[in-house]
Design a protein around this ligand. Sequence first.
Ligand code: NAD
Length: 469
Amino acid sequence: MRHDLVVIGGGPAGYAAALYGASAGLDVGLVEENLIGGTCLHVGCIPAKELLETASVLRAVKGASEFGVDAGGAEPTVDLAVSQERKRGVIDNLFKGLGSLLSGRGVTVYDGTGRLGPDHTVTVEHGEGSDQVGTSTLQAGHVVLATGSSPRSIAGFEVDGDLVVTSDELLSITEVPARVVVVGGGVIGCEFASMLSDLGSEVTVLEALPEILVGCDADVAKAVRRSFRRRGISVHTGVSVSGHEPSGGSTVVRFGDDQVEVDLVVMAVGRSPRGDAAGLVGTRVEVDERGFISVNDRLLTGEPGVYAVGDVVATPQLAHVAFAEGMFVVRDLLGESPLPLDAATVPWCIYTHPEVAFAGLTEVAAREAGYDVVVSSHRFVGNGRAMIVGETDGLVKVVAEAGLDGRAGRILGVHMVGPWVTEQLGQGYLAVNWEATVDDVAAHIQPHPTLSELFGETVLSLTGRSLHG
Ligand code: NAD
């Protein structure tokens, strides 16, 4: 079978390349050995955010009396089995939708493990349970490798799905564990810590680095940490985790000179790229020592006409970056010369409570890059809508380049922590990526009363005048 484009891996990166390629008129084959939708849809973004929403609803019901709403008197509880059922429904709907999109655009989906050999030949070994049998051999004009990543663990913590779990297993729990250690205070670790704490677990986070949420602006990470402390989440940074000793149904986790007894250990120490998952024998595709496929700034591997996208390349492991890369390579192979993606300006959204969202340079990164910067931060505590919704924790911080006169000019970074900031980042992202100046943005009206007024207020104050701030 011959296709203009064969994509190996049907997660966000792969299915984006397939859908976008098909909408550009290419004949596309998409090979997937598990489920179309990949980590994001089945064991990542979607189920995690769905369970975080359960946690948020529980929190809202617990706080209902503050609004004069009688939620029935008794302490609200959560039935995770029901929540899991709801999560299943959301995933199933999206999964069906994705299947329809692919078939509607004429993408040929191959069930099985795809292996790239010489001359753009892809062999698909169909697994058990597939309608397709044996092996298919595909010939491709271009190939996109999108084989993704898998959760990793560390020495001394064997993942058994019972006492020690990764995100894969945690997202299917049907009972709230009483005491939990989360190893790793990165994005996954903090989201799970936040969710489990809301659901009623006693949570300890163990992070090797000096601060949680590396990559976030220091003021934002500090705000999350303060909020976690207030909620009773115990965060230990700069600690080395040396192992654990199970006994009965629990286990004792050792870190530094300390230890903690828990019922569950959640490993959140990063994800390993699956660079070798598509064979690649007889090709010039190179996989580095960490398992990433080596690519240039056009996401081309060493083999002409073969691209790699998504978690399997060393760019931010985010579904929306995967979408963007999938679309980028289609435009590139069509000769449209798209601008290479800039990892430093992609949007980040972290669904902890409080939420985090940012795009562009942190204050420290901007100074390290040699910019003279002017910075302004405003807190949600003075924002009307934040008071109305009862979520005044957090801030907006804008980092701008200083002109020769010392006035704030181009916006280099927008950093938010607080209520619904994942839904508020849009204009900050545009400002950074449009290379807008403080004056450009300040000229626009912010609707009132909104949480996003705080972004407008913060930018306005950088013009040298302000309204409420
Ligand atoms: P991560 O790299 O963001 O964080 C892992 C953390 O674990 C780091 O802070 C690291 O210092 C720490 N760590 C590593 N080894 C340790 C040890 N032995 N003891 C203590 N701490 C240790 O990785 P993650 O949180 O597992 O997430 C994986 C990927 O998935 C990331 O790239 C992340 O961006 C992405 N992701 C993003 C979102 C989102 O954007 N909302 C959600 C989930 C996952």
